[in-house]
Design a protein around this ligand. Structure first.
Ligand code: PLP
Length: 372
């Protein structure tokens, strides 16, 4: 039987999935263009350019030789620390192998055939994956000024809708929803629809009107808030994320969770990272300063960009972005084309270290000048 035949036997939802496109690894590009890995700059996956807290790295190093045993499947210590951090009960926390894992758990718990989920145009690429993988229908509401249009999303909610995916801030646009608008939306959402507010970039947001929606968990029993250690905490490679919800929802999510989904080193790293809020602050401040410089640099090039509350910025090149993306890669700078988000003229640039951002701008400047 050929692989093509097997494609037909896959679940229909899986057949329809548009695969997630990860950025090219530095080592692969280094080989491809014959450049030293150290000279390559990757500003493609919204990671923390400062890396993890040294406390996390030291805690992990101490345990490297002791990994014959399974991890604590209940992640008891991590959940207790997170519960302290958020002022909630450990029973309200579900740990995931990155927050992507949590999104999948939500889909497997609440979605399936003859059910639908609503998301916004230009919103995070994993929502369609998680939705379609379980056979549910995805309804995409039109965006407004690149951001979530909550009125359009509310109108898209149907009888069979069980999940609404909301990214706040959103990736790749960096747009965000203010407190009144989000609270209003959640207040009018039917109780039998689960609202997932994905706050992967919350630590970077610097605005009093931005809502920490975890504070509303008591008001909205149908609310799930997702968070991650991959971004501001600098632990993307370890894979730790989590959901905050009612105890009832956490109990359901934990039923479908793989028992050992987060390994010991990742759990230990996350606890140590949580204890090092100074490191987190340092990364957030660096991001704030470098974002301003990046905006200024893009202005200087006469390019339009979408104001971003995250650690990345999407810039409109006014022409198809893929050729420029390729040209930048050939110069050793990896950024992210976002054509798969319905944004074919935009490139998303993660904010890196000062020298990385300058080099990125310099390479972009040279390529644009060569076009003239
Ligand atoms: C909006 C958003 N949510 C969730 C994630 C998932 O991150 P992780 O699985 O590393 O926690 C990302 C990662 O890029 C993201 O941009």
């Amino acid at each position: 039987m050929s692989a093509c035949d097997l494609h037909e036997y896959a679940m229909p939802g899986v057949q329809g999935i548009n695969p997630y496109q990860p950025g090219k690894p530095i080592s692969a590009l280094a080989r491809e263009i014959g450049m030293d890995e150290r000279a390559i700059i990757k500003l493609a996956s919204n990671e923390n350019p400062l890396g993890p807290s040294t406390r996390a790295t030291e805690a992990v190093s101490r345990l490297l030789g002791e990994q014959a045993r399974y991890p604590d499947g209940g992640a008891v210590e991590l959940r207790e620390r997170l519960a302290q951090h958020h002022g909630c009960s450990p029973a309200q926390i579900t740990i995931g192998n990155g927050s992507n894992d949590v999104l999948d758990l939500i889909a497997r718990t609440f979605l399936g055939e003859r059910r639908s989920a609503v998301m916004s145009e230009h919103a995070f690429a994993v929502y369609p994956l998680s939705t379609q993988a379980v056979g549910a229908t995805l309804v995409v509401a039109p965006a407004m000024e690149w951001g979530h249009n909550l009125d359009a999303m509310a109108s898209a909610v149907m009888e069979d809708t069980r999940v609404v995916w909301i990214a706040n801030p959103n990736n790749p646009t960096g747009t965000w929803i203010d407190s009144d608008a989000l609270h209003g939306f959640l207040s009018q959402l039917p109780q039998d629809v689960v609202a997932v507010v994905d706050e992967a970039y919350i630590e970077f947001v610097d605005d009093d009107n931005y809502p920490d929606s975890s504070l509303w968990l008591d008001q909205f029993p149908n609310l799930i808030v997702t968070r991650t250690f991959s971004k501001a905490y600098g632990l993307a490679g370890y894979r730790v994320g989590y959901a905050l919800s009612s105890e009832t929802i956490a109990d359901l999510l934990n039923r479908v969770r793989q028992p050992f989904n987060v390994n010991t080193l990742a759990q230990v790293a996350a606890i140590a990272a949580l204890d090092d809020q100074d490191h987190l602050k340092q990364g957030v401040e660096l991001n704030r300063d470098e974002m301003r410089k990046m905006e200024h640099g893009l202005d200087h090039l006469g390019l339009e960009w979408i104001p971003s509350a995250g650690n990345f910025i999407s810039v409109d090149l006014g022409q198809p972005a893929l050729p420029l993306f390729d040209a930048m890669q050939k110069q050793g700078v990896i950024v992210r084309p976002v054509g798969n988000y319905g944004m074919p003229n935009h490139l998303r640039i993660s904010i890196g270290l000062p020298e990385e951002n300058s080099r990125c701008l310099q390479v972009l400047t040279t390529i644009l000048r060569e076009q003239q």
